[in-house]
Design a protein around this ligand. Structure first.
Ligand code: F6R
Length: 608
């Protein structure tokens, strides 16, 4: 987590304003505190505040060089002292950091024994004290020596009043991109290329254990052996990304409502109508990779994991291959039974999730059959995996994932059809599936017109502090996703559970004060689902439901039903996911939550 940005001005721009603008694009990586350091009249100047980047807005200083940071707290509380940048005791060196220094306690102990007084509880502060101690006339050389002492993950940027024209950066297992403006000669650095919105830059990425010295005269990069590297520059031309709610009260609502368009983008140009098979221009894998794979493993975290869980049954049905879905943070510590015949599909909206990256690295040791599915195509995962399919969902600003989730589902469905077509799925079956995809997108459009019904349901139920989502078959992972959305944006304690599992324990929690929302999107198990709802009603548990249009029997159980357009069982998760996203949104609104930036969260989870 955390985002870092830096700028050296050659063309006269104010580095303070450039960094503030850059930080706004990185705020999705954390918004606990923000800070900036620069050199002003040969002295280090810095500003840091608890809270969002906007808290730095009053900064009124013209800087020619600056480094900046937006924090998601890992080590140390959310306080001004723990906000980055951090300094040495003489305030001659300043540093910003993304990642975790795992051996910081040992280093801190050593430094304290030497009399260093620490100002913060962070892991980062050890780095700046070490830099000051190792400095013998070159910040670059000091950084070389310091990084040899560090364990863990880091993207670091440091400045010093002793070298007022340079920034030194170092990277291990964390992203950092460096860009040069060919017109002005200005130099930029950022945790994410998207922060270069509206700019045309010649860029390169710093890779593991590389260190860079950036000055207006020269950029020098070395590897861990001290060998100077020639970095290939790539021209990056980023259109100006409008951070604009376009009339919506929150990004979350805007992004929920964009789903008919984002789903269409994920579909367009991806159907070979002659052969009735999906095509992905991004994939270079031959068909035999699917045909003779003996197992498919899907990796992801949070919503991406849920998308994989929903897709499991789609792929198993269409391709007849066994699919296992693994939480990336667990997989990375397992001894996975992967062989070179296993096809791995890694899903990540941001492409920066540390656990997913580590899980991919583990999978890469065993198989070369890896497909990634990402929304951010400049991200670490998209750069690591040649076969990365783009979600084309467009920037997702709200921390809570919505449109990227449904696009992940759609891309997985297309992959399922593609695998199926290389095996037993007929042209006619594929034709029917494509037509159902179009019906699904129209269904999402129709459902969005029912927003106010869902808002009413949220108004009636927002006072419940405990909510259970129950469902069967494809609705089980959909319930997990619904519960995650409600938890993260409205802070309601929500649980998604297979309806048939209730009686095995969880039913003990049913009281008049706990709400159950039944997701009745699976026609095959309709009657079983109704019995499970009855079990709750009999115990005085309030039950609301989302159900398929035309399913009248539900109304005998509860008057609180919202009917959704009817689709086949395997397509229902799309609609029920969107309906429960809306529900979570309106409950959060009723409860007065910080909807787009919920407490304790960050959009990109770059630490373990
Ligand atoms: C939930 C949410 C998270 C992410 C998870 C993985 O709304 O956004 O659960 O899905 O952190 O993130 P990515 O997909 O970027 O790897």
């Amino acid at each position: 987590m955390c985002g870092i940005f830096g700028h050296i001005s050659v063309g006269g721009k104010n580095s303070a304003s450039v960094c503030l603008q850059g930080l706004k694009f990185l705020e999705y990586r954390g918004y606990d505190s923000a800070g900036i350091s620069g050199i002003y009249k040969k002295k280090l100047k810095s500003f840091k505040h608890v809270g969002k980047v906007s808290s730095l807005q009053s900064l009124n200083l013209h800087l020619g060089i600056a480094i900046a940071h937006t924090r998601w707290a890992t080590h140390g509380a959310i306080t001004q002292a723990n906000a980055h940048p951090h300094f040495d005791e003489r305030k001659e060196f300043s540093i910003v950091h993304n990642g975790i220094i795992e051996n910081y306690l040992d280093l801190k102990r050593e430094l304290m024994n030497q009399g260093v007084v620490f100002q913060s509880e962070t892991d980062t502060e050890v780095v700046v004290h070490l830099l000051a101690r190792e400095y013998q006339g070159s910040l670059f050389d000091a950084m070389k020596r310091v990084t040899q002492k560090l364990r863990g993950a880091f993207a670091l940027a440091a400045i010093s009043s002793k070298e007022p024209e340079s920034i030194v950066c170092a990277v291990r297992s964390a992203p950092l991109i460096i860009g040069i403006c060919h017109e002005t000669g200005d130099i930029y650095l950022s945790s994410d290329a998207n922060a270069f919105s509206g700019m045309t830059l010649d860029v390169f990425y710093l890779l593991n254990d590389e260190i860079a010295s950036l000055t207006p005269e020269k950029i020098c990069v070395i590897n861990k052996h001290g060998v100077e590297l020639v970095k290939n520059l790539e021209r990056l031309e980023l259109k100006h990304t409008k951070l604009d709610k376009e009339g919506f009260e929150h990004y979350l609502l805007k992004e929920i409502c964009e789903q008919p368009q984002s789903l269409m983008r994920a579909l367009l140009g991806r159907i070979d109508e002659m052969n009735m098979t999906p095509i992905f221009s991004e994939l270079t894998l031959e068909d035999h990779v699917f045909m003779d794979c003996d197992h498919i493993t899907i990796l992801g975290c949070g919503s991406a994991y849920h998308a994989g869980y929903i897709a499991k049954s789609m792929i198993e049905k269409m391709a007849g291959k066994h699919v296992s879905v693994e939480i990336a943070s667990e997989f990375r510590y397992n001894q996975p039974l992967i062989t070179e015949k296993t096809l791995v599909i890694a899903i990540s909206q941001s492409g920066e999730t540390a656990d997913t990256i580590a899980a991919i690295e583990l999978a890469q040791q065993k198989t070369s059959r890896i497909i990634a599915i990402c929304n951010v195509m400049t991200s670490t995962i998209a750069r690591m995996i040649k076969n990365t399919i783009s979600l084309k969902a467009g920037p997702e600003i709200s921390v809570c994932s919505t449109k990227a989730f449904t696009s992940q589902l759609l891309v997985l469905l297309l992959l399922a059809i593609k695998f199926g077509r290389t095996l037993a799925l007929t042209k006619n079956e594929a034709t029917s599936l494509f037509s159902q995809i179009h019906d699904m997108i129209s269904g999402v459009e129709k459902l969005l017109e029912q927003k106010s019904e869902i808002e009413q349901m949220a108004k009636k139920t927002s006072h419940y502090d405990h909510t259970f989502f129950i469902g069967r078959q494809e609705m089980v992972p959909t319930c997990l996703e619904a519960a995650l959305k409600l938890k993260e944006v409205s802070y309601v304690n929500a649980l998604g559970i297979a309806a048939g599992e209730l009686k095995h324990g969880t039913i003990a929690l049913i009281t008049p004060q706990s709400l159950t929302i039944a997701l009745c999107g699976n026609e095959r198990t309709e009657e079983k689902m109704e019995s499970n709802m009855m079990e709750i009603i009999s115990r005085n548990g309030p039950v609301f439901a989302f159900a398929n249009e035309g399913c009248q029997s539900i109304q005998k159980l509860t008057e609180n039903v919202i009917f959704l357009p009817k689709l086949s069982d395997q397509f229902s998760p799309f609609l029920y996911a969107v309906a429960t996203q809306l529900y979570a949104y309106y409950v959060a609104k009723e409860r007065g939550c910080d909807i787009d930036q919920p407490r304790n969260l960050a959009k990109s989870v770059t630490v373990e």
